[in-house]
Design a protein around this ligand. Structure first.
Ligand code: GDG
Length: 467
């Protein structure tokens, strides 16, 4: 069996329990093939010109972890600048938040070259390489330029916008051309995949070979949708573990007279948190019976705080939560419990299970795993209801959730109201269907279906000087 090499911006130590579903699933495949995981160590070197240091190798069971450090200058241009100041906002349809500083793309290219230079000597001829996410789009092209001829796949965890939005990025044609250095490009949803097809047809004049195969730039690329899932079994296990149960009991005791609503998100403008708060405020304003009987717990875990759009969203959210509590709160009832902090992973399942409603209402999201975790954690005999944005990739699969348009405050408020009142039988029917879907398309399915296709996909030409 060929060795799998996973490359991502950050790596997670698969031995640590906090690592989460993706790390655990990838670690499983890596373990089976005696594989390697390559990425940035998380360390920033303050002295200029230090990036060319050695790769640090560590053995984690059967998996080899290989990391490199980045200089401050490289990190700021590649990670803060291009990845999170250009690609993240534009791919989430937020052209207004993009900062197209010319220095960023140079840093992005430099770090991708550095990754390629450090990774290439560690590769064997028959390795299968799987590159993760938007930080590393040109990595395969840089590896090919160094003569690497292995099978290389790419998975984009975030959405891909329609061609006219993508085309706003200076150098968008370079990015998409770089994708053709891969053998397989995977997207989260059918919508993302079709945006890719539209782009390569209209902008790159690629030849459509059918079944997701495209010919352009002297290469053949296979593309498709591979919606990511969670490790359902692991998550159900966490729910039933002592810490999960204890959290559930505590929340049930604390909120015995009230229905809980829950939101768990990284504090990111794509997650639609202010829109969600406005919908919750509308619910309270229109339905006096919800006063004193419903509480929203919103966990907003800190994220990318050195990017300015993120501090703006923090202030907006804090002010909305404060005004809802100020206007509707009673001496013995706070409508919103907002926490700007990370909660231990072992506690999330208990919190989900104790909640009658989950609010997963991003403005755009590649998939959204919280939606799937909430479903997995429910008591099948008394399940909660998922209110899900139609703009999350997950909405393509989770049709039995209450789908909402998060920009429509009144409509979202009505859906939350419906969710709070939904009779047990309907909750059970919807939950059974949702559970079946997340079990069928779990993270193991995602890994296996992507890697099986990659094992078949092969470009007919190689060795072109790419960039
Ligand atoms: C990207 C795409 C795609 C959140 N807060 C806490 C916490 N979390 C965990 C959740 C969940 C994960 O983080 C978040 O996953 P999402 O899917 O919601 O979102 P992104 O981080 O934006 O991830 C996304 C994903 O990649 C996978 O492809 O679904 O669309 O944007 O697992 O539980 N975990 C803990 N404490 C928190 O406070 N322990």
């Amino acid at each position: 069996m060929a060795r799998l090499v996973v490359v991502s911006n950050r790596i997670a130590d698969p031995r640590k329990t906090a690592a989460g579903g993706l790390a655990v699933a990838l670690a499983e495949v890596l373990n089976n093939t005696g594989g390697m995981w390559f990425g940035w160590s998380g360390k920033i070197l303050e002295q200029p010109g230090e990036s060319d240091g050695d790769v640090k190798l560590q053995q984690a069971g059967a998996v080899k972890l290989a990391t490199i450090d980045l200089t401050r200058e490289d990190h700021d241009a590649y990670y803060l600048g291009y990845s999170n100041g250009v690609l993240w906002p534009v791919f989430h349809y937020r052209l207004d938040l993009a900062d197209f500083d010319a220095g960023y793309i140079a840093g992005y290219r430099r770090v991708n070259q550095l990754f390629a230079r450090k990774l290439a000597p560690l590769l064997k001829d028959d390795d299968i390489i799987w590159v993760q996410d938007y930080h590393l789009i040109p990595l395969a092209a840089e590896l090919r330029a160094l003569g690497c001829n292995q099978r290389i796949g790419f998975f984009l965890h975030i959405p891909l916008p329609p061609p006219l939005i993508l085309a706003a990025i200076p150098g968008h044609d370079w990015l998409i051309r770089a994708l053709f250095a891969y053998d397989l490009a995977g997207f989260q949803s059918k919508a993302d995949h079709s945006h890719f097809s539209e782009y390569v047809r209209s902008e790159a004049h690629a030849q459509d070979l059918g079944e997701g195969r495209w010919r352009a730039f002297n290469r053949t690329l296979q593309a498709g949708a591979y919606p990511i899932g969670i490790d359902v079994e692991e998550f159900v296990g966490l729910t039933e573990a002592p810490e999960g149960r204890e959290m559930y009991e505590r929340m049930k005791r604390e909120y015995s007279r009230r229905k809980l609503l829950v939101g768990v998100d990284r504090l990111d403008y794509s997650k639609g948190l202010p829109h969600r708060m406005r919908a919750f405020r509308e619910l309270l304003a229109r339905n006096p019976e919800t006063h004193n009987s419903a509480t929203l717990i919103q966990i907003a875990s800190p994220s990318r705080e050195d990017v300015s759009a993120y501090s703006d969203i923090l202030h907006e959210l804090e002010s909305l939560c404060g005004s809802i509590n100020g206007n509707f709160g009673e001496l013995d009832w706070m409508p919103v419990r907002y926490m700007h902090r990370t909660v231990a992973r072992a506690r999330l399942p208990g919190l989900y299970r104790a909640s009658r409603v989950a609010l997963v209402t991003p403005l755009r999201d590649g998939m959204n795993l919280v939606a799937k975790e909430f479903i997995a954690a429910q008591d099948p005999e008394n399940p909660g209801v998922l209110v899900l944005s139609r703009f999350a990739g997950a909405a393509e699969q989770l049709r039995e959730a209450l789908l909402v348009n998060p920009y429509d405050t009144e409509g979202t408020a009505s859906a939350i109201h419906l969710a709070l009142q939904m009779p047990l039988e309907e909750r059970k029917t919807r939950h059974q269907a949702l559970m079946k879907t997340i079990q069928k398309y779990d993270v193991h399915w995602w890994c296996a279906s992507f890697l099986d296709t990659l094992a078949q996909a092969r470009s007919e030409e190689s060795g072109t000087p790419w960039l």
